[in-house]
Design a binder for this molecule. Structure first.
Ligand SMILES: C[S@@+](CC[C@H](N)C(=O)[O-])C[C@H]1O[C@@H](n2cnc3c(N)ncnc32)[C@H](O)[C@@H]1O
Length: 379
């Protein structure tokens, strides 16, 4: 069976997600705002969930049709042979999103869509009541954009950022998907030193370690489509086996996370333990960024310093950018990659970025300021 699939991602990360899909060997890859469409078979659906680092979810696009009224919506959904893939007791919650369309009431869209699916199921199974208590979990999403309705099923279940290691939250943590994208947008590789001088709960360090050791982000989690009877069990088993075999269980890395706050460092160490990446050369230590120095050459700094949303904090953040700028001047063979929402970051850092990329940290519009240093001689 061939699936039309979509990996959704945060705005600005489409190219990273597309590159990941290309590396996975997916077909017909096409980027749009906040998403990358592609096609694949059941095995591709499983592998995309298992390996995508910067995407939020993988969706199966079941049907697309023009939709200007509730009748269009109802008939469009009724024409889908739901019983072909849903057992009688499936759970199929319906969620909706509408943008620039004639139909705007999300509860009414959800109700109409649900009614259509229920009718198809009731007719096929000859039941008046559907229990929705079975194993199959099939979250349906109605995406209405400019009167075009896409009916999608969420193959991932919970968002792909839920790798399983981060169960406690520090203040202002980065999403795992964004942290993984920041690492992939840098020239860091597993043979180079990586430092995050504002590591907080350790997301950048842990995501980099997973990338360096080729650890699949989905290795220890579950996906909604694992409960779908028409996705052969072997497809999941093969994806898991590929992930187990690909995981480099020997190499040691040189990844250091520093922060001045001992409490967040407890979280970082806890997350490292949860990710099963202890004793692999990832270390967290208490250090004020002012004191950061290194005798090594060609290291890479990837970091998410405070942005300073309020005035006092803003001044503090600006002071930290100046400190980072001085580190840069003192260690010019290093590479620096810094995410910040501050519009004058480059002025305080006192250097123009070689490249800037617009990314979103949740709802906050940020820039990813990139200062790649010279290439190490032996790489
Ligand atoms: C935006 S948070 C980083 C969040 C992190 N990326 C995560 O995913 O959890 C910024 C961090 O900078 C730390 N920080 C603030 N001033 C610092 C300083 N002078 N030196 C070191 N760390 C500092 C804070 O304690 C906080 O944990």
């Amino acid at each position: 069976m061939k699936f039309n699939l979509t990996a959704t991602c945060s705005l600005g990360l489409e190219a990273v997600a597309a590159r990941e899909l290309k590396r996975l060997g997916m077909q017909d890859i096409r980027s749009e705002n906040g998403r990358v469409n592609f096609t694949g078979n059941a095995s591709d659906l499983c592998r995309a969930n298992m390996w995508l680092r910067s995407a939020d979810r993988v969706w199966w696009r079941i049907k697309t049709f023009s939709c200007r009224s509730f009748e269009d919506l109802f008939l469009g959904l009724k024409s889908i042979p739901w019983a072909q893939f849903l057992p009688v007791d499936s759970r199929f919650p319906v969620d909706a999103h509408s943008y620039n369309s004639a139909l705007t009431s999300l509860p009414a869209i959800q109700r109409t869509a649900k009614k259509a699916v229920v009718e198809v199921m009731q007719n096929y199974y000859r039941r008046t009541v559907l229990s929705e208590e079975g194993q199959t979990h099939f979250p349906i999403k109605i995406f209405l954009v400019k009167d075009v309705c896409e009916v999608m099923a969420d193959t991932s279940g919970s968002g792909l950022h839920r790798r399983g290691y981060r169960t406690l939250n520090a203040a202002a943590p980065l999403r795992e998907t964004l942290a993984a994208a920041l690492v992939q947008l840098s020239y860091w590789n597993k043979d180079r030193i990586l430092v995050d001088p504002f590591c907080g709960s350790g997301t950048i360090a842990i995501e980099a370690a997973m990338i360096g050791l080729n650890m699949a982000p989905g290795l220890t989690r579950k996906f909604a489509a694992e409960t779908w009877p028409f996705i052969e069990r072997e497809a999941w088993q093969e994806a898991l086996q590929e992930a187990e075999e690909g995981f480099d269980r020997r190499s040691r890395l040189q990844i250091y996370g520093f922060d001045k706050d001992p409490q967040v460092l407890k979280l970082a160490r806890f997350h490292l333990r949860q990710s099963n990446l202890e004793n692999r050369g990832i270390e967290f230590a208490q250090k004020d960024a002012v004191d950061f120095q290194s005798r090594s050459q060609y290291g890479v700094v990837i970091t998410n310093p405070p942005y300073g949303q309020r005035l006092l904090e803003m001044e503090e953040a600006e002071g930290l950018y100046e400190i980072l700028g001085r580190i840069y001047e003192g260690m010019p063979t290093w590479s620096y990659y810094i995410i910040s929402s501050h519009p004058e970051f480059e002025d305080f850092f006192a250097h123009k970025a070689y490249r800037k990329r617009k990314v979103y940290n949740g709802m906050i519009a940020c820039n990813y300021f990139q200062y790649p240093g010279p290439k190490p001689p032996n790489i």
